[in-house]
Design a protein around this ligand. Structure first.
Ligand code: DGJ
Length: 743
């Protein structure tokens, strides 16, 4: 083992190095800003066991902590749920992170801990290999500076020669996260479907294995690759939470295990059961990254820690403010033309949009969803002069130009499919299932990704595209196009890697290009895609009331600066619900505001109100997109839903409040704000009223006046003022005075 730096006995916990190793005991302490993760390598037993994940503690104590062992008897998996990376083999009966089949058909693995090494101050690798078979696996741990996140991944290598034959990786998880000892456990996750993403559910974790995942080849609307665990009494702003996530965009599986003995752990990996990967001699496979964090301050703090991590370590352009965009899909559907898009663009520019996005229907022989996908040249009937004239007009109007594409798909009725029918996911003697009349191009094949990259480069250059909305409108079927041998289903993992390759190359060719990820709405939202895109189309459901639920689920892990939200027409085309314009705006202003309605049919009064609301959004945009987010009232909590954002420098506070439906009853209490220093004073920028942080958090913000009836909403903007600056205006009764005296 290497001799990495150890914490000196006198170093304060806060300044401790991120990775500390006690060589004598094999103990490793990972220190994040506010938590500690402890593991111990046992070379004699050939394993690495988990010791602690939670509040910070010093290395001197960590080395003394016992590993939680179960009663040893001939039926016990003594270390089930406690190993850092359990493999099949020996007395192990729990969820394995690593399961293999060697060339002779056998599966048991016998591990040897080779060594532990620091690859950087914040990066530990633990190297293991099979005692006699040609397989090694390395466990990586990284502690990115400043936050509470731990990144983990694994790398497998076939270390043998041709004589050893191939090794099949049956299960190849990124990480297995053991939880500490608690008497009860609750599992939190989101579920849903198309146009119904992000339904948050927290329920008791049952003994056994609870699996979440996707067999669809993409992240999916139906579950999102993260789970939270808490002891059952955690709230939005208090209590322990452990959240783990997967940064990958293909099929996936997260298995939460609770053993009868009460041990809880979470295995996180790409692929699903039967997604096998074959390693030939000399070959390696590196998994995606799994992210994990602990906080003692509730689900709100866990969400903010994820937002911060994604902003600081994942997103390509976290400091940029996302533009207000206009998208033509709900206005013109497939029936796009140069004329109708220019008409929409003129209205959009007048209202204050900064980016105009031409959606589906502009290319090939695309009359509807039955034809044209794959033929990425302008539709000769709709854009006889190509896209340039529209792009130029959009720019003349002062907006950037964006374009919808769906490069991973093809219609059977297309030139591309007629030329390359073999490029789609299919199994030769099976029917190729069409969904939305389209087939999936196999992006695990280099010839396909080369074609995609060349096509997109040409397109971006020719039309001088600033922004791509990158769509993906169906799930995989008959996946395993190459059909060659036992790991044909690796396409469930490798398609997404081909996609990443194309995105990465395209971005490096066009550093100014920005990309919105979309998969029929929120079907591919994850930290992996967010590493190479700038925002995501959250849902095809643009009903402003439904969106509150979707956005609540989304915010558990993903920040407002990637959550694209449009204001569309009323009644909503999907739900038929009529919602006032102001409410529609306030709902969309909680993320990256966009417009998606048929602006040519909006009245002059509606357009004037929209322009005023877009100005208001631009004013609060830095606070919403870059600030800290506090979910004050969740959609299921009662008549009101409310979200608060605090600017990075603490100087501004934005509160959005919605009341989707009204009814007779007691008035809800004031909104107790969060995250404000008690001594600071804040002035309401619209009413001039001043209050202290102590009052706003302790007594609460008196409810802003809401118009009568259903779908009422309000925006409150507070600005921090120097004590005594400006004239406090008519501070009413109880909230006027700080507890303990005037501020
Ligand atoms: C699904 C997307 O989510 C929509 O916004 C739109 O782009 C359509 N696809 C176009 O086919």
């Amino acid at each position: 083992m290497t001799t990495p730096p150890t914490a000196s006995a006198s170093s304060p916990l806060g300044a401790a190095p991120p990775v500390q190793v006690d060589e004598a005991s094999g103990t490793v302490l990972l220190r994040t800003a506010d938590s500690a993760y402890v593991l111990r390598a046992d070379r004699a037993a050939g394993t690495v066991r988990h010791v602690h994940w939670g509040d910070p503690l010093p290395l001197a104590d960590a080395v003394l902590l016992p590993v939680w062992a179960e009663h040893d008897n001939s039926f016990a998996g003594r270390w089930d749920g406690v190993e850092e990376y359990p493999h099949e083999g020996g007395a192990r009966f729990g969820v394995p992170a690593l399961e293999v089949r060697f060339a002779d058909g056998s599966s048991p693995v016998e591990a040897t801990v080779q060594d532990m090494a620091l690859l950087a101050d914040d990066h530990l690798v633990i190297r293991l290999h099979d005692r006699v078979r040609p397989l090694s696996w390395h466990l990586h741990y990284r502690v990115p500076a400043g936050g509470d996140m731990i990144e983990r991944w694994a790398e497998f290598t076939h270390t043998g020669t041709g004589d050893d034959g191939d090794i099949l990786l049956l299960r190849h998880d990124c990480a297995h996260w053991p939880m500490p000892r608690r008497s009860g456990w609750r599992l939190g996750a989101v579920h849903g479907g198309w146009s119904a993403e992000g339904r948050l559910e927290r329920s008791r974790l049952a003994v056994g294995e609870t699996a979440l995942g996707s067999r669809r080849g993409h992240t999916s609307h139906h579950a999102n690759p993260w789970v939270s665990l808490d002891p059952g009494d955690t709230g939005e702003e208090h209590g322990d939470v452990w959240t783990v996530a997967l940064a990958a965009s293909g099929s996936w599986r997260i298995t939460a295990q609770r053993t009868a003995a009460g041990r809880v752990s979470v295995a996180v990996g790409e692929g699903h059961e039967g997604t096998e990967l074959r390693l030939a001699p000399g070959q390696s496979h590196r998994t995606a990254v799994s992210l994990g964090l602990h906080t003692a301050h509730g689900f709100g703090a866990a969400g903010r820690a994820f937002h911060r991590h994604l902003r600081e370590h994942v997103l390509p352009h976290p400091r940029e403010l996302r533009p207000v965009l206009y998208n033509s899909w709900e206005a013109t559907s497939f029936q796009v033309s140069e004329d109708n898009q220019i008409a929409l663009a003129r209205h959009a520019a007048e209202l204050g949009a900064e980016l105009f996005v031409l959606d589906d229907g502009w290319f090939g022989g695309r009359e509807d969803d039955r034809s044209g996908l794959g033929d990425w040249t302008p539709h000769p009937g709709r854009f006889p002069r190509g896209l340039r004239p529209l792009a130029d007009e959009v720019r003349r109007l002062g907006m950037a130009f964006g374009l919808w594409v769906e490069p991973e798909m093809v219609n059977a009725d297309s030139e591309l499919y007629r030329r390359h029918p073999d490029w789609v996911l299919h199994t030769p003697d099976r029917a190729a299932t069409e969904l939305r009349n389209q087939l999936v191009l196999d992006f695990s094949r280099p010839e396909v990704t080369t074609w995609a990259l060349e096509t997109l480069r040409r397109l971006v250059e020719e039309a001088s595209v600033d922004f791509l909305k990158w769509d993906f409108n169906r799930s995989f079927t008959e996946a395993g196009a190459r059909g060659s041998g036992p790991d044909a289903r690796r396409v469930h993992v490798e398609h997404a890697r081909g996609l990443y390759h194309v995105l990465d190359q395209l971005r490096s060719s066009f550093p100014q290009l920005r990309i919105e990820a979309c998969a029929g709405g929120g079907g591919r939202v994850d930290p992996g895609i967010l590493h190479r895109t700038d925002q995501v189309w959250t849902s095809d459901n643009t009903d402003a009331v439904d969106r509150l639920t979707i956005q609540h689920g989304f915010s558990q892990v993903y920040p407002a600066c990637v959550m694209s939200a449009w204001v569309t027409d009323s009644p909503n085309p999907l739900t038929g619900r009529s919602v006032p314009l102001r409410f529609r705006f306030h709902s969309a202003m909680a993320g990256v505001l966009g417009l998606g309605g048929d602006l040519t049919r909006w009245t002059a009064a509606e357009r004037a109100e929209a322009a005023e609301l877009i100005r208001a959004y631009k004013d609060i945009r830095p606070v919403v997109q870059h600030g800290r987010q506090f979910r004050l009232l969740a959609p299921e909590e009662g008549p009101l839903t409310a979200v608060q954002y605090v600017a990075e420098d603490g100087d501004r506070v934005v509160v959005l409040v919605w009341r989707p439906s009204t009814g007779f009853g007691p008035e809800p209490p004031p909104l107790r704000l969060r995250g404000l220093p008690p001594e600071a004073r804040y002035r309401d920028e619209d009413t001039g009223l001043e209050r202290s942080g102590a009052t706003l958090t302790g007594f609460g913000l008196p409810l802003p006046a809401l118009p009568p009836g259903d779908c009422a909403s309000a925006l409150v903007r507070l600005r921090r003022v120097e004590p005594g600056a400006g004239a406090p205006v008519g501070e009413p009764s109880a909230s006027a005075v700080l507890p303990g005296g005037p501020g």
